[in-house]
Design a protein around this ligand. Structure first.
Ligand SMILES: Cc1cc2nc3c(=O)[nH]c(=O)nc-3n(C[C@H](O)[C@H](O)[C@H](O)COP(=O)(O)O)c2cc1C
Length: 208
């Protein structure tokens, strides 16, 4: 029995297109894998540890193999708890709206908490950075108001490019993306684009 973690980062719920497509994926996945466990992480309902100066000091103590004070250890532990919950899944589904050409701050906060030395990556001067979230597949659904496929606009997409970069940094190599764009177009066009994204999600879910 595998465990799929679904991480949701749009607050728009029933009006969200990234969630619409993720839900279609989940429904098809659950039909194909009725015994699997699906864990949902709604980043708008999750209280994450602050990644403040104190916690960063703890991070650098870890990074440099130095001893932590009791307070630093406690701060670091709250970060490690989130990392462990993340690493406990076998497969991932992530839904991401574009906000100001990038990702919502709740998702940035989540990435800042889970991207940690010894947890999701390792560093050594000899080998450089090595991602630790290896051997696990992830599907990402993206929604954006505009369209970012043309030569003029693709340089403005810091949503998918950044997410791909971070996922690659922590070791994901099996990454499937479904992009819904432009969600702020004419209603008929948007409906057709949504349907195409849903069909792709359903297809991917069958063999995920
Ligand atoms: C705070 C905010 C910022 C946004 N910034 C952009 C943007 O930079 N580029 C864009 O194309 N759309 C932008 N949009 C539109 C959203 O990307 C669009 O509504 C998309 O469908 C959001 O995903 P969702 O439907 O899953 O919530 C923004 C929307 C919000 C709420």
């Amino acid at each position: 029995m595998a465990k799929l973690m679904y991480i949701e980062s749009s607050p728009r719920k029933n009006r969200s297109k990234s969630i619409l497509v993720a839900r279609a994926f989940l429904k098809a996945y659950e039909q194909a894998n009725p015994d699997d466990e699906v864990e949902m992480l709604d980043l708008w309902k999750t209280v994450l540890p602050e990644f403040d100066g104190f916690t960063i000091d703890a991070k650098y103590q870890v990074l440099h193999d130095q001893e932590l004070s009791a307070e630093q250890a406690a701060a670091w532990e709250s970060v490690v708890d989130v990392c462990n919950a993340f690493k406990g899944a076998d497969k991932y589904l992530l839904s991401v709206p574009m906000w100001n050409f990038g990702i919502p701050y709740k998702l940035k906060h989540f990435f800042d908490v889970i991207i940690q030395p010894g947890q999701t990556f390792n560093f050594s001067p000899d080998t450089g950075y090595t991602g630790l979230a290896t051997g696990k597949p992830i599907v990402v659904t993206y929604a954006r108001g505009g369209a970012y496929g043309s030569d003029e606009t693709k340089g403005m997409d810091f949503q998918k490019t950044y997410t791909d970069l971070l996922l690659g940094f922590i070791g994901f190599t099996d990454v499937e993306s479904i992009v819904v764009e432009p969600t702020l177009g004419a209603p008929d066009d948007v409906a057709a684009i949504e349907q195409a994204a849903i069909a792709k999600a359903q297809e991917l879910a069958k063999s995920f």
